[in-house]
Design a protein around this ligand. Structure first.
Ligand SMILES: Cc1ncc(COP(=O)(O)O)c(C=O)c1O
Length: 415
């Protein structure tokens, strides 16, 4: 059922969003458990069934209820910070279900991860390798490492979410990766178990993934000819979703995912393959529910001001990202307007120059695709409390899965 209009009113899995707003207030994130489960099932069918290990990149949405749901589906987690490690531990993920990525890890983070016996570290630089060697030696352990390769492949996405070009800060050049793999004796407390790549996010064409797979086929065969062997290849995440139609079923995306899985299986058949998807699992399972504070004109420019803001959804300001806008009742004439929040920044916009329904004061507005990189990128700028997260369960009950931050809690941090 998912997000659908019933009698011209928007519902989530049969639950009227007007009732949700009445019960929990706005702004609020609403997630569909049905869609979250379905997304996880599709990834399992496409990737796990073909022998891949799938680790959810929890930076996309680190709500523990969602993490538990994916854990129960058998997915692991890809983490990038101490906070994410602690949250994974809190949710009951075991060490072998966790891998630690990220361009810089502190000594404390390395020590904690070693203590927790995580599966492996994705390492992106010499300084990190040396640091990990020292910490592993100190702990009397041998750390499993996948070296992050920067293959200089254009993911054909927004420059701010492209990570596999050589001008990006991520990964290491093929020459460096080769150097480390041929000098493993320099790091006796590290086990070089493989290679990791993540070329970018919101990739909607298969070609960049094909390019990556073909590149890795050649790179690994060169390494093999030099006697370098390892078992694991992690292709990262980055699978895009349809932001134009967030209510589209994930089955529309399945052939895209299948084509990538098939190509990888064919070309990299000798390796244990991994992926670390974030967005594709959660983006279109969520919406941001906001209320219209009012309308205003500046010259011939029309603004709809809502109570949600870049503090709830920074992607439009950060990446010029497109998020669709819906009215709660879908029988409206439309006009061109900007949807903006109350935050004191000109960049505080959720949609610009957009043909949207005409909204009256106090009406509900729905911003689509707010399940990924929305709440997890939330901030308290202007001392706005973090917005609550609500899960609409399989049997149509609503559950508050993160409370609205209280002003007392915000103020107490300063004391
Ligand atoms: C190393 C790594 N893996 C996985 C992901 C998840 O990407 P996505 O949400 O696009 O699938 C990211 C996102 O930034 C990342 O940096």
């Amino acid at each position: 059922m998912a997000f659908t209009y019933i009698d011209k009113r928007l519902h989530c899995d049969g639950v009227d969003l007007h009732d949700v707003a009445g019960k929990y207030g706005t702004p609020a994130y609403i997630y569909s458990e049905q869609i979250l489960r379905r997304n996880a099932d599709v990834l399992k069918n496409v990737f796990v069934e073909r022998g891949f290990k799938v680790s959810y990149a929890m930076k996309a949405n680190a709500n523990p209820t969602i993490l538990n749901l994916f854990k129960n589906k058998g997915l692991g987690v890809d983490i990038v910070s101490e906070g994410e490690l602690r949250m994974a531990e809190h949710c009951g993920f075991k060490g072998p279900e966790i891998n630690f990525a990220g361009v810089g890890k502190s000594i404390k983070e390395l020590d904690l991860a070693l203590e927790f016996k995580i599966d492996h570290f994705n390492v992106e630089s010499r300084f990190e390798l040396e640091q990990l060697e020292e910490r592993a030696k100190n702990a009397g352990k041998k750390a499993s490492v996948l070296l992050r390769l920067n293959p200089d492949i254009d993911p054909q996405t927004h420059p701010h979410i492209s990570t596999g070009l050589k001008q990006n800060k991520f990964g290491m050049s093929p020459e460096k990766v080769r150097h480390f793999l041929t000098h493993t004796e320099m790091y006796p407390h590290i086990r070089f178990d493989g290679i990791h790549c993540h070329i970018g996010s919101q990739i909607v064409q298969p070609q960049p993934f094909y390019d990556l797979i073909d590149y890795l086929e050649e790179f690994t065969s060169t390494l093999r000819s030099e006697g370098v062997e390892f078992k694991h290849i992690d292709l990262g995440g980055g699978f895009g979703v349809n932001y134009n139609d967030p209510f589209e079923d994930i089955l529309e995306t399945t052939p895209f995912l299948e084509s990538i899985a098939e190509r990888a299986k064919e070309k990299l058949r000798d390796y244990q393959l991994h992926i670390q998807p974030g967005r594709v699992l959660v983006a279109n399972a969520g919406i941001l529910l906001t209320r219209v504070l009012g309308n205003k004109e500046n010259g011939d420019h029309h603004f709809v001001i809502v109570d949600g803001a870049t503090t709830d959804l920074i992607r439009p300001a950060l990446y010029d990202a497109y998020h669709s806008v819906y009215s709660y009742q879908n029988d409206r004439p439309t006009h061109v307007a900007d949807v903006v929040g109350p935050v004191c920044e000109s960049s505080d916009a959720l949609a610009r120059n957009r043909e949207i329904p005409e909204f009256a004061k106090d009406e509900l507005m729905i911003i689509g695709s707010a399940g990924a990189y929305a709440s997890s990128m939330g901030s308290t700028y202007n001392l706005r409390p973090l917005s609550p997260e609500i899960l609409v369960g399989i049997s149509g009950e609503t559950q508050l899965i993160r409370d609205r931050q209280s002003f007392d809690e915000m103020i107490s941090l300063y004391q």
